[in-house]
Ligand binder design. Structure first.
Ligand code: FE
Ligand code: FE
Length: 495
């Protein structure tokens, strides 16, 4: 049996899922083995040519068709000089695939104007015509088909259209910052956003500048954040155009010199990784001319969050964390959470956990953000705090307490408080901890008060351990200061 080849011509500006569905539907219903997507040239004067050039259209087409082994891209019309006619393309294909039957795809408007094409009789000899008919909108295609049979002995197959989607719809949606999820294959959509295709002028200008200022990897991340922010804006009803700009510029200060970034620090010591956010708000204003305070705030809060975040702030914070290239454990849980605050809750917990894991300081604004949405922090390091308690207990310490203070202060997550019966005993407790710390994977960074041994403080980073002589313990009573509703664990834990 001869190989059946579908010939699908178009400007593909851009290709969309409607095209792909049609190609698959035609392939399956007509037993077509291979579909060639023959991309047309767009005359430069056409307004259509704006928003994506030939390379873009071709790249998008290639990405969109790469998943299906039956699909291939044919560029002969791009390479041809002068005006391109379908008959030339079909002739060339017949030479290239001599032992095949060609099926030429067209819309009903093309069928209706078929007699005025160049060499219709030859086209009819070279290929079977496959015409898609808009559901409920047939305009006498059956009659036209019969007429063409009589005139040119043309074989015409009518197929119901499978999708009402069009390239114009896709372009307009991109222009208006509306999602194109499900309209264009994901990989093609990533390309469109990464390259700023079909964006309005004022957005293209931002792209051009960003391309110069960001490293390629950061630009890719930015495009992903943009895509995600637009989706979230639609899902939760935020202004998608503001989301687009905020997403695009959220990391614009990423590569500013360190001393420039340090000007925006409000902690001692500075937390360098978060500073491109406040610096970015300032830079977006100075260098990119953005003065919308809502957009600038969303940029400013994208690394730390804060109390009183707007919907837009949350969307940018989240988009940054869950964009499609992120793959940390739990990311899908955040993506699929039911409400924006639930998403924020999980995202903030994840962020705090991660920062602590890296032994970095959590910015107070992040804790404010968590408290603001009624979030409770997981007790980071509880097992380790209890392991410290156990070492002290085994060494006969008395009145052992673990106090969880992580949501009250950034100095540590835990206080472990214990007493010895004498100065010697207190010192022995300290020695024991120093000896055993490594065994349980902990490190002591600082030790104070060992000489007097009436109040020794050991700094484990996530925990501060206070070893007291009973007199000092009673006098300072530090647990009273920190005691809360349910943040105190007495050791050993009684059932
Ligand atoms: Fe960032
Ligand atoms: Fe980012």
């Amino acid at each position: 049996m001869k190989q059946r080849i579908g010939v699908f011509g178009g400007t593909f500006h851009p290709i969309h899922n409607g095209h792909l569905l049609l190609a698959r539907h035609a392939a399956e219903s007509l037993g077509i083995d291979r579909v060639l997507f023959v991309i047309d040239r767009v005359p430069p004067h056409k307004t259509l040519a704006e928003g994506a050039d030939e390379n873009d259209r071709l790249a998008i087409l290639r990405l969109a068709t790469s998943d299906d082994p039956r699909f291939a891209v044919e560029t002969m019309e791009l390479e041809r000089e002068g005006k391109s006619y379908s008959v030339d393309t079909l002739r060339e294909l017949k030479v290239k695939y001599p032992d095949s039957e060609l099926y030429f795809f067209m819309g009903s408007d093309m069928l209706n104007s078929f007699t005025s094409w160049r060499a219709p009789d030859e086209i009819a000899k070279l290929a079977t015509l496959v015409c898609t008919v808009r559901t409920g909108q047939s305009g006498g295609e059956a009659e036209t088909a019969a007429e063409l049979k009589r005139l040119y002995d043309a074989n015409v197959i009518l197929l119901d259209e499978v999708s009402p989607l069009s390239s114009t719809i896709v372009r307009n949606r991109i222009h208006d910052a509306l999602p194109i999820k499900g309209m264009v294959p994901d990989r093609a959509a990533h390309y469109i956003y990464l390259n700023g295709c079909y964006q309005p002028k004022e957005i293209s200008v931002l792209y051009e500048r960003l391309k110069k200022e960001l490293k390629p990897q950061r630009l890719t991340h930015t495009a992903y954040v943009l895509e995600t922010a637009i989706d979230l804006a639609e899902r939760f009803g935020a202004d998608p155009k503001k989301a687009r700009i905020a997403a695009l510029l959220h990391d614009c200060a990423k590569y500013l010199p360190e001393q420039e970034l340090l000007r925006f620090s409000d902690t001692e010591p500075p937390i360098l990784p978060i500073l491109h956010a406040p610096a970015g708000a300032d830079y977006a204003k100075r260098a990119y001319g953005i003065d919308d305070p809502e957009i600038l705030q969303a940029i400013r809060l994208h690394t730390t969050g804060d109390a009183g975040m707007t919907l837009l702030d949350k969307i940018i914070y989240l988009a940054d964390m869950i964009e499609p290239s992120r793959s940390f454990e739990g990311v899908d849980e955040i993506r699929n959470a039911a409400s924006i605050d639930e998403m924020m809750h999980l995202a903030l917990l994840r962020s705090i956990w991660y920062i602590k894991q890296c032994n970095q300081t959590v910015h107070p604004a992040t804790l404010r953000a968590l408290n603001d949405i009624g979030g409770k922090m997981e007790r980071f390091g509880e097992a380790d705090a209890l392991a410290i308690c156990k070492i002290l207990y085994d060494k006969k310490a008395i009145d052992i307490l673990a106090l969880h203070i992580g949501d009250k202060t950034i100095i540590a997550d835990w206080f472990v408080v214990a007493s010895g019966t004498s100065v010697t005993h207190v010192r022995a407790l300290c020695d024991e901890l120093e000896e055993k710390a490594k065994e349980i994977g902990l490190e002591i960074r600082r030790k104070e008060g060992y000489e007097d041994a009436r109040w020794i403080v050991l700094d484990f980073g996530f925990a501060l351990v206070h070893l007291f002589h009973p007199e000092e313990r009673a006098y300072y009573n530090i647990e009273r200061l920190w005691e809360g509703d349910d943040n105190m664990i007495r050791y050993p834990i009684s059932e």
